[in-house]
Ligand binder design. Structure first.
Ligand SMILES: [Fe+2]
Length: 191
């Protein structure tokens, strides 16, 4: 059993987003639910692999920024609207050079549920109480990422826009099961 928390996929990352879509902001941190126009073509393409598109989350971060001010010492776990853990997501990142996504072991302590500005639930942890187990610099590859254990992204000198694609069924699916599902379809690049 390894601690891998991400895998680049062999999925084609062309035509994911409507080319007319532009995102501009003066804010340092933006999180939005389902505002990115994912193309019908891409949704159809995913279907070939039994991947049923559900929705997307968009995360924007300005250079050197962190969602909670200067505090770069926290991580979070994604929760759904019923406060259940979220299934793995397929992430596509524009920009974000030198930004690093980190993953940590899930602690035993009970967690408190909080809400992002997009009204999505999460729980946060102090990194000094966590053990780091994996990291990645994501880019314009579709990467399968684990979001049901603490994770964070430290932003480098370039703005980072992450489109995070979520699948049906919405109910929680374990990381191991989703990795197997992708592997059965020969979609993951071995690490
Ligand atoms: Fe997250």
């Amino acid at each position: 059993m390894n601690n891998y928390c991400w895998f680049k996929t062999k999925l084609n990352a062309n035509n994911i987003i409507d080319p007319n879509w532009k995102f501009e902001t003066k804010l340092h941190y933006v999180i939005k639910y389902d505002i990115v126009p994912v193309t019908d073509e891409f949704i159809k393409y995913l279907k070939q692999f039994d991947l049923v598109y559900a929705n997307n989350m968009m995360f924007y971060r300005a250079p050197n920024s962190h969602p909670f001010g200067s505090n770069t010492l926290t991580s979070h776990v994604d929760l759904d609207h019923k406060n259940n853990l979220c299934s793995p997501a397929l992430n596509y990142v524009i920009g974000g050079e030198n930004s690093v996504m980190n993953w940590f072991k899930m602690p035993d302590e009970k967690y408190q549920v909080k809400f992002t500005p997009a009204n999505t639930a999460y729980c946060s942890f102090n990194n000094n109480e966590l053990e780091k187990i994996d990291q990645a610099e994501l880019g314009q590859d579709l990467t399968l990422v684990r979001v049901d254990i603490p994770h964070n992204v430290l932003i480098g000198k370039e703005a980072r826009l992450c489109i995070s694609i979520r699948f049906k069924p919405i109910c929680y699916r374990r990381w191991e099961d989703v990795v197997n599902f992708f592997n059965e379809r020969d979609l993951l690049i071995a690490r």
